[in-house]
Design a protein around this ligand. Sequence first.
Ligand SMILES: [Zn+2]
Length: 323
Amino acid sequence: MKIYGNKLIKETMLNMSQKDRMAHSFLICGEKGLGKKTIADWLAALLVCESAEKPCFACRSCHLASEHTHPDIIYAEHSGKLGGFSVDTVREICSDAYIKPNNGERKIYIFTEADKITVQAQNSLLKLIEEPPDHAYFIFTVTDRNVILETIRSRVITLSAAPVSREDTLAALAENGVSDSEANDAVSVFGGNIGKCLDYVKSDAMKSAVDLTKKVTDCIINRDEYGILKNLTDASADKDMFRTVIGMLDSIIRDALALRYDPDSMTGCYERGARELSSGTTLNACEKMHDALGKAYSLIDKNVNIKLIASVLCGEITAFRQL
Ligand SMILES: [Zn+2]
């Protein structure tokens, strides 16, 4: 198990461990694909490792941690369509946390992809996080830290996963058996986001989605209403494809917005497109497009005809682009 890049996170965790001043709760945040779950797994191994140099990835505990079979590393089970955590799951954890660990001295509860955790679930966990038993540790991973209540956020160590260097991304892709040329292609689309690069390399659907997203972006830049409609309609033939394209298009619009404040900010798949949009479109138009994309995205799962969503969205984007 290896964390690429993210030196600050690693140093923060190692420092706490070496000084024997480990915090009990962590919030690992960052966009999809940046390795939040790997960081959580690595932190869990650090917490249970039996060697002096932690995490060693050689001892029995580290081995069980890497295999996800350590009895004291508990992954909270997701439930329901939204993938939150059920009241029962949270209740179980709340009582289990007071029971001593099976193996060593620590018990770790990991809530991955906790973006859909309800306020009720967070409130149930609050007391535990405020006054955890000595052996209990909690790790949450989220894309948006704001979903976590301030009362909890103020009691956890927040660590932000960041994109890694080009060198590290290429190394990670090579380790996953990706050829040099494919790796270079993926990095040109998704930069230092290893997870997204891997998705892109492995999936033809993802490649088509990126292609369509770039085409729509170009049409927005060129004020080509027919092109926007045609490409969005092409994407709407498949619900998953449409969802991916809308999500990626929104990332490009967000990049175009963020670029006004930070020239290095980039999370989407089309750097040139984001830069052209940023310089050639008003702030107001970008914000309105972002809202329209968010609205379209939320309608996808509400049984609204996808082609209709595509055509309404096209009309809105075209109107905003005139602003
Ligand atoms: Zn170990």
